[in-house]
Write a protein that binds this ligand. Structure first.
Ligand code: TEU
Ligand code: CA
Length: 552
């Protein structure tokens, strides 16, 4: 396995709007991030990934970009950004930005031009199609509800938007569009940024014959019509050969529809495309046939299978990304742990998992202090366009709204977007003014300041686990073998290289369990998420142990 800095990196993801407000407008900003760089560096992370900070009308919080070479007003100025980059580098960390190449804002100059006339030079920057029998060109549904087609009166045609109608899809078939994106990438690389996380990269090539979907299961529609289109690898290879190959940077592509059948095609090293991808195998594990608003109980054997199969797929050629949540998903301790009786233990167990699997690991802001889901009593307190649109659709469909609110509590993307909880002052130390989205009321108990003081806190456990991973390359590059694959309670695996050998035991339940397999060699307890360490094979509720196996 070839070594690379980005394979060894621990990435910390920032959602700038919710991280730290420096100027009392209730919105997180770049100077706020700068204020907290010492904190981030104290975690031991190597790379910071910031969600989009470009000029944007914020229909989808920055994932709708109106100028790719400028900074969002609320977040600061280009001078602030340049300072951020310098300060990150001064602390020996790297900065990765979010690239949103699949769509722009409808307020982008390209789109403003494009809609003017059918012969405008920018017309083909987007997908414009005539209607069909008085309606949209086809029956495709949008990620954010409704049709993917929006009628525009000026030219009496429809444009494609897989996300909100303020996020028109860029036409990647047009070489000029591709060149524009490559120029933008170069603009940021030449400033010295260290890589891109690429938003919905799997969607840049789609079925442009636009056939009607003959199924209604949304995830199925994504894979069949929207994702992994016929030219996606041609485009990525071109992007790599024209731009990426010239810089020492990292890339991680995100995408619906990326799965075990096609994942290796994106990241195989010989293929010269991306370094890593985020797949959603475990992110959709609790979705029923009706999608994310149709919740089912997730099962540990399925969860383990996702990690096992991806590790197997990429172990020879490629590299994995290990993450349990981000700004689009519920809080990890609420979803995969027990945020009530075993909040602290289960948050630490998840940290143990994140930091002991093979692949580059990503921690989302707030997970390092065990931030939890929020349950606002009214839909009025939600902000996410996806949640709000689903709410309207559910109302229109006559669904019982009390029940729907409960699903919103479980699944809204706003769970991950409540302000970072810095201390127990009003608004959790995020801002001195009312934030754009309410702080989780548990900020009194869950915050950075109190955990700084507590040697047994989740925060200090993250630091310890990060140090442990960094001092043991076996946890980065070493082999991986899962035991008891079908066991519904325990996640057990070994990691080893020619220097060291580890056995990791994770109890994903509320009760005690004894691990009964025989292990050759002497076991030395290295990491334990309970402060009353116990080196027996008994695991307390949500207990995590890492043993070093000696003389095996
Ligand atoms: O998300 C892509 C994506 O697939 C999401 O729609 C995901 O399925 C959903 O959020 C799960 O609830 C990316 C960004 O991460 C997201 O924040 C953006 O809204 C989206 O792209 C559009 O740019
Ligand atoms: Ca601000």
């Amino acid at each position: 396995m070839k070594k690379n800095w980005w394979k060894e990196s621990i990435v910390y993801q920032i959602y700038p709007r919710s991280f730290k407000d420096s100027n009392k407008d209730g919105i997180g900003d770049i100077p706020g991030i700068i204020e907290k760089l010492d904190y981030i560096s104290s975690l031991g992370v190597d790379v910071i990934w910031v969600c989009p900070v470009y000029k944007s009308p914020n229909d989808d919080n920055g994932y709708d970009i109106s100028d790719y070479r400028d900074i969002m007003n609320e977040f600061g100025t280009m001078t602030d950004f340049d300072k951020l980059l310098t300060e990150v580098h001064l602390r020996d960390m790297k900065l990765v930005m979010d690239l949103v190449p699949n769509h722009s804002s409808d307020e982008h100059f390209w789109f403003q031009e494009s809609r003017k006339s059918k012969d405008n030079p920018y017309r083909d920057y987007y997908y414009w199609r005539p209607g069909y029998q008085g309606g949209p060109p086809n029956n495709w549904p949008s990620f954010f509800g409704g049709s993917v087609w929006q009628y525009d009166e000026i030219t009496e045609e429809y444009y494609l938007h897989l996300f909100s109608k303020k996020q028109p899809d860029l036409n990647w078939e047009n070489p000029k569009v591709r060149q524009e994106i490559y120029d933008i990438m170069r603009f940021w690389f030449d400033k010295g940024i260290d890589g891109f996380r690429m938003d919905v990269i799997s969607l840049i090539s789609k079925r442009i014959d636009f056939p009607d979907a003959d199924i209604n299961q949304f995830n199925e529609i994504i894979t069949r019509y929207y994702a992994n289109g016929p030219r996606v690898h041609e485009f990525l290879k071109e992007m790599h050969d024209r731009v990426l190959c010239e810089y020492d940077i990292m890339t991680v592509g995100e995408g619906p529809g990326i799965d075990l059948a096609n994942g290796a095609e994106y990241v195989g090293e010989s293929r010269g495309q991306l370094n890593m991808i985020f797949h959603f195998g475990h992110m959709f594990i609790d979705n029923g046939p009706g999608g994310k608003y149709d919740k089912i109980q997730w099962l540990l054997p399925d969860f383990k299978r996702v990690f096992n199969e991806w590790d197997e797929l990429l172990k020879e050629d490629g590299w994995g990304s290990i993450f349990l949540g981000n700004h689009d998903f519920p809080r990890i301790v609420s979803r995969f742990g027990n945020d009530r009786e075993y909040w602290k233990e289960s948050a630490k167990l998840l940290a143990t998992l994140l930091l002991s699997l093979r692949g580059t690991t990503y921690t989302y802001q707030g997970d390092e202090i065990g931030m939890t889901n929020v349950a606002h009593l009214s839909i009025e307190d939600y902000r996410d366009i996806e949640t709000l649109n689903s709410w309207k659709e559910a109302e229109a469909a006559g669904r019982p709204m009390d029940d729907f609110l409960k699903i919103v509590h479980l699944n809204s993307r706003d769970n991950a977007r409540t302000p970072m909880q810095w201390d127990d002052s009003t608004y959790g130390g995020f801002s001195l003014e009312q934030p754009w989205i309410k702080v989780n009321p548990n900020y009194n108990n869950i915050n950075v300041a109190s955990q700084e003081e507590d040697p047994d806190s989740i925060l200090n456990y993250y630091r310890k686990m990060i140090r442990f991973r960094k001092s043991n390359p076996a946890l980065v590059y070493g082999d991986y073998k899962c035991h008891l694959k079908e066991d519904p309670n325990l996640f057990v695996y070994e990691r080893w290289d020619d220097q060291k050998h580890f056995l990791i035991l994770l109890n994903f339940t509320d009760h005690e369990i004894e691990y009964q397999e025989e292990i050759k060699g002497r076991l030395e307890l290295k990491i334990n998420n309970y402060n009353t360490r116990n080196k027996s094979m008994w695991l307390r509720p949500w207990e995590a142990k890492i043993f070093e196996v000696i003389n095996s």
